[in-house]
Design a protein around this ligand. Structure first.
Ligand code: FAD
Length: 798
């Protein structure tokens, strides 16, 4: 059996990009196996659109990297063009919320260095003389966008990969995959390969290849079509006159894109009710075929597009391309390790695999060669969906994502499909008390509490209908006592005689002593923060680790990998336990009414019986008040909750949700994993030196963290707002006209009556004269040297 280092399954834009980047990184013995010819999945028929527009810096970087690759790098290396046209692109709108979204994305782009321009109707007319302006408020112009020939780009990557020593096996389908003695055995038509690493880059077939690997790949093929017109006289005339190519134009409200194709147009509509296809298994023999055109279902969208670009109506339809495109439940690709499967990787599920492929392959190649991603991976990490992402969820979310392909991405957006699939034991009780729910990693959790029945969040980029409700929740926490359902935490139990030594080797902080609680950051080999755990040590052979909801599968993999060689068993007990937060100055009195046991001081953990229920009581608070987290069996949670509620009533007990918690933790300057804490920065750069104990200890990433040459610095800011727009995330920070940092999270702090944000300064020497751009408006910002609320933790220790 032939032994190789890595097998990549799939020769589309994604797989070829990975092969190219791994080969360039010096990996040898890498084989790409393709059942057909290269590009014969989705890639060959893509419209080739490439953009820099993205709400998330990582996604934007994937896209920008693809453009650089197709436009500059590959043509230089191969001596041949990839057919990249720098046409520019523009999104236009009649929706004021959309203008806010454009301003936000344009603001972020000033930090990332891919400037996007907010345009008014006059500029739209200048940029796209064939567009009508009726009703338009404005738009956003992306000058470096364009379109590429997907086949030329993919073949160029393949060619260069081969030149660097990689191998491509065409017309060689993979039939079966199994794990044997720590290697992946890949059965192909041409023979069997034994590989250390395996990568699923099978695009439309990602789910099927995932099944061969024993991995749930939550992607669904959906049919998308575009039409290509005959010659459009207006374009032919422009070409004759030497006019530049028209920019790509999109109307997100009407859900279509339109670009110039030679002397005609390509028009791509996205209908609201998508047609999923072959959900339970794409036929293995399906290849480069297309479906029959089905323009009836998009006719209304075509009419809207013709009203905006009347020249579209002047030409007949030459071709209709109708093919499968994969959608994950959040429309972002799946990049990274497959959960629970060693050295198995996903690079699939992209619905924008051409514009993301070049960058995605580079991103994963870095991850595979360095043991950590080059940027924050949360938005793309293949483990962001757990086993709860079942068939129904996959399908309903794919249809929703397709329909909202151009949806407004509000800062606290909660989408309606696929809800109530992971429901806490306290769910109904919370709903009865006015909870307006959101979903975190598939789990329902209260976002805020309304005093009106059946209330819902009104999405906005500005202060919205939950602002006053959150103020009331914070008041209850700060002045009385309040309950929260914190069950969404990920919960891991560690047992075994090496529990303490495992914990000592795990992260940047030393483990707490038995009976105590600590916070530790587990680092990547490069010293970035992979995860953050609250560590509660019960005894030398028994501890609990809690982390963010979204990290469940990632943290399980991380802990399992780091526990190797220790007598320390890791069990994921997330679904078995509920967590009730009891927070506020009267919380100890409420607790005392229900137990004879005494909880310990701040940052201690005790096993106690509370209201007749065995509970692990952590005296810890993320909201900066005297308070407790009670971890109990799911079956006991409602009983305990009702008892706490009853005991708290005389004290004026209230409830609080995730939005209030976010506001209060910012007043304490507490960093949030996934927002402020990412693999990109070390705990030292994130202002957490007091949680780093590096003297005389060895842990992954320690030396790299200490050696980082140009540390960034996280600061807590007070921002002068106008009371209408509060900071949330991804706002650029300026000083002396330069972009010097970025906001990672923000909110209004109701206890201190200040707008607050955590931000990274990439020029840490600059401390004065800072401004933050909020939806296009610059606001003065000041660095707070200490948290504005209870800086000495007197309330926590009370
Ligand atoms: C009409 C339409 C227009 C589009 N327009 C754009 C656009 O403008 N911009 C954009 O970015 N994206 C666009 N897309 C999406 C884009 O086409 C895909 O996201 C992209 O091609 C996915 O690339 P990939 O490499 O992941 O998958 P694919 O190109 O599908 O490649 C997967 C490969 O895996 C191979 N394979 C599968 N199973 C096996 C097996 N068992 N053994 C061996 N090989 C196997 C397949 O043969 C295939 O070649 C469009 C899609 C459609 C349908």
């Amino acid at each position: 059996m032939r032994q190789v280092n890595a097998v990549i399954i799939g020769g589309g834009a994604m797989g070829c990009s990975l092969l190219y980047h791994l080969a360039r990184a010096g990996w040898t013995d890498i084989v790409l196996v393709e059942k057909n010819d290269l590009t014969h999945g989705s890639t060959w028929h893509a419209a080739g659109l490439c953009t820099h527009f993205a709400h998330n810096p990582t996604i934007q970087e994937l896209r920008a990297t693809s453009v650089r690759l197709y436009r500059d790098i590959l043509p230089e290396e191969t001596g041949e063009s990839c057919g990249f046209h720098r046409s520019g692109a523009m999104r236009v709108t009649r929706n004021p919320d959309r203008m806010d979204e454009f301003r936000h994305v344009a603001g972020l782009s000033e930090f990332t260095g891919y400037p996007l321009e907010i345009v008014d109707p006059r500029r739209i007319a200048e940029l796209h003389p064939l567009a009508t302006l009726d009703g338009l408020l404005g738009g956003i112009y992306e000058p470096d966008d364009g379109h590429v020939d997907p086949s030329l780009a993919t073949n160029a990557m393949a060619k260069m990969a081969q030149r660097h020593g990689a191998e491509i096996q065409r017309y060689n389908p993979v039939h079966a995959i199994r794990r044997e003695h720590g290697r992946w055995i890949v059965e192909t038509k041409a023979g069997t390969l034994s590989a250390l690493h395996i990568v699923n880059a099978a695009g439309t077939w990602g789910f099927e290849v995932g099944r061969m690997m024993g991995v749930n790949v939550p992607s669904v093929p959906v049919l998308h079509q575009y039409l290509v017109t005959d010659t459009v006289p207006e374009i032919a005339a422009r070409q004759k006159a030497g006019a530049p190519e028209l920019p790509i134009i999109r109307d997100p409200e009407e859900s279509w894109y339109c670009r110039q194709e030679r002397d005609g147009f390509i028009l791509g509509p996205y209908e609201k009710q998508a047609h999923v296809w072959s959900v339970d298994g794409v036929p293995p023999e399906f290849g480069a075929e297309l479906m029959a055109p089905d323009l009836d279902r998009v006719e209304h969208i075509i009419e809207w597009a013709m009203a905006r670009v009347p020249a579209l109506a002047t030409a007949g339809v030459k071709t209709v391309v109708n093919g499968p495109i994969t959608f994950t439940p959040d429309a972002n690709p799946l990049i990274g390790p497959a959960h629970g499967a060693e050295n198995a990787w996903l690079l699939t599920g992209s619905s924008m695999g051409v514009m993301e492929g070049g960058g995605a392959g580079k991103f994963l190649a870095h991850w595979m060669t360095h043991g950590a991603p080059p940027m924050d991976a949360l938005a793309v990490d293949s483990r962001r969906f757990g086993p709860w992402a079942n068939r129904d969820y996959r399908v309903t979310k794919a249809v929703e994502c397709f329909g909202l392909q151009f949806g407004v991405h509000y800062p606290f957006e909660e989408r309606p499909a696929g809800r109530n699939i992971r429901v806490s034991a306290l769910h109904d009780l919370m709903r009865q008390r006015g909870a307006v729910m959101g979903a975190a990693h598939g789990s329902e959790r209260p976002n805020w509490f309304s005093d009106r029945p059946h209330d819902e969040t009104r999405d906005s980029f500005r202060r919205t209908n939950w602002f006053d409700a959150v103020a009331r929740e914070v008041d209850a926490v700060a002045n009385r006592v309040a309950l929260a359902d914190l069950s969404v935490f990920s919960k891991f139990e560690v047992t075994g005689k090496d529990t303490l030594s495992f914990l000592d080797a795990l992260g940047a902080n030393a483990p707490p002593k038995p009976g105590r609680i600590g916070l530790t950051h587990v680092l990547t080999p490069a010293g970035g923060v992979a995860s953050e755990f609250t560590v509660s040590v019960l005894s030398p052979d028994h501890a609990w680790l809690n982390s963010a909801a979204a990290a469940e599968e990632m943290d399980h993999d991380l802990l399992a990998a780091r526990a190797k060689g220790f007598d320390a068993a890791i069990r994921n007990r997330t679904d078995e336990l509920s967590v009730i937060g009891l927070m506020g100055p009267r919380s100890a009195e409420v607790l005392a009414k229900l137990t004879d046991a005494r909880p310990g001081p701040w940052l201690s953990v005790r096993e106690m019986e509370v209201a007749g229920v065995p509970a692990l009581v952590l005296r810890v608070s993320y909201v900066g008040e005297l308070g407790f987290e009670l971890h109990v069996a799911r079956a006991d949670a409602a009983k305990l909750f009702l008892a706490l509620e009853e005991a708290g009533k005389p004290f004026g007990l209230g409830y609080y949700g995730a939005y209030a918690a976010n506001s209060m933790r910012l007043e304490k300057g507490y960093r949030g994993w996934g927002m402020d804490l990412t693999t990109e920065r070390s705990p030292l750069e994130t202002g957490l030196a007091f949680l780093v104990k590096s003297e005389g200890r060895g842990f992954t990433g320690r030396d790299a963290m200490l050696k980082r040459p140009k540390p960034w610095d996280m600061v807590l800011l007070e921002i002068d707002t106008d009371g209408e727009i509060e900071p949330f995330y991804s706002h650029t920070l300026f000083a002396q006209g330069r972009a010097v940092g970025v906001v990672t999270s923000g909110a209004f702090g109701h206890r201190v009556r200040k707008s607050l944000a955590l931000a990274f300064l990439r020029e840490p020497a600059i401390r004065e004269g800072l401004t933050v751009k909020l939806l296009g408006r610059e606001r003065a910002a000041r660095i707070l040297d200490t948290p504005p609320y209870d800086p000495h933790n007197l309330r926590l220790r009370a």
